[in-house]
Design a protein around this ligand. Structure first.
Ligand SMILES: [Zn+2]
Ligand SMILES: [Zn+2]
Length: 244
């Protein structure tokens, strides 16, 4: 069976989801260069991304949101309920189809941005005291032909701490690794960027971060125009933020 045949059920699932999925907008006036959320006039990045930008922060080389997770909409609902206990199995199936198809189609884009073949995958660990394999890793591990880095929580911070913290996580040594870092929802990005810093401090030469949903609250005045523009175009899984 060719890979395109193997992907057919995923394509069908994504076609059904397309009604509520929205591609991230290209960077430019009003759109953050890093995470594709709303940026204020005169800034190329949003406020949280601005706080991550510091010469001492080893942030991701590229951030690739698969879609916006619009607050209150179906994709955001999937991203919450797939990790409930017990989980929503329909949410799991939808997210698995979306992410496996996206990761398969765009792997050449990630490798071009990384300057070579990816060597490892990692997920941002939970801080809610969940034990065992992270639900996102469980969903994707069978389909990603990369060893997963066992990143773990490091120094303790409040659960709702949304600040870049270079010591929030720990990771084993990773000399010259090119890491595909996966996260479900990017809200401020502080946790993913903190883990990127840890991975690079451990020796990784490159980190490409793929997030299933970039959280956006369309009720915020600053995000209304972005949401309206994102909704004006039909979702296309063939597009990624590395080619726009
Ligand atoms: Zn941003
Ligand atoms: Zn691409």
């Amino acid at each position: 069976m060719s890979s395109s045949d193997a992907w057919q059920p995923y394509r069908e699932s994504v076609a059904r989801q397309a009604i509520f999925l929205r591609n991230p907008l290209p960077p430019g006036p009003g759109v953050c260069f890093v995470c594709r959320s709303a940026a204020k006039d005169g800034y190329d990045v949003c406020y949280p991304c601005r706080t991550h930008r510091d010469a001492s922060h080893l942030t991701s080389d590229a951030v690739v949101p698969i879609a916006y997770a619009l607050k209150g909409a179906q994709h955001a609902h999937h991203l919450a309920t797939y990790k409930f206990e017990p989980p929503s199995y329909s949410a799991r199936a939808a997210l698995q189809a979306l992410s496996i198809l996206f990761l398969g189609l765009h792997r050449p884009c990630f490798e071009q941005a990384a300057g070579g073949r990816l060597t490892h995958a990692a997920v941002v660990p939970s801080t809610r005291g969940r034990r065992g394999v992270h639900p996102l890793q469980a969903l994707l591990m069978p389909s990603i032909s990369l060893p997963f880095v066992s990143a773990r929580p490091g120094a303790e911070y409040a659960k709702d701490d949304r600040t870049f913290r270079g010591d929030r996580f720990t990771a084993p040594v990773l000399p010259n690794a090119r890491v595909l870092l996966l996260d479900d929802t990017w809200t401020t990005g502080a946790r993913a960027q903190s883990l990127s810093h840890t991975l690079k401090s451990a020796g990784a030469r490159c980190v490409i971060t793929v997030v299933l949903g970039r959280h956006v609250n369309g009720r915020h005045d600053g995000s209304k125009a972005l949401v309206e523009q994102a909704k004006s175009t039909a979702f296309d899984i063939g597009r990624c933020s590395l080619d726009s």
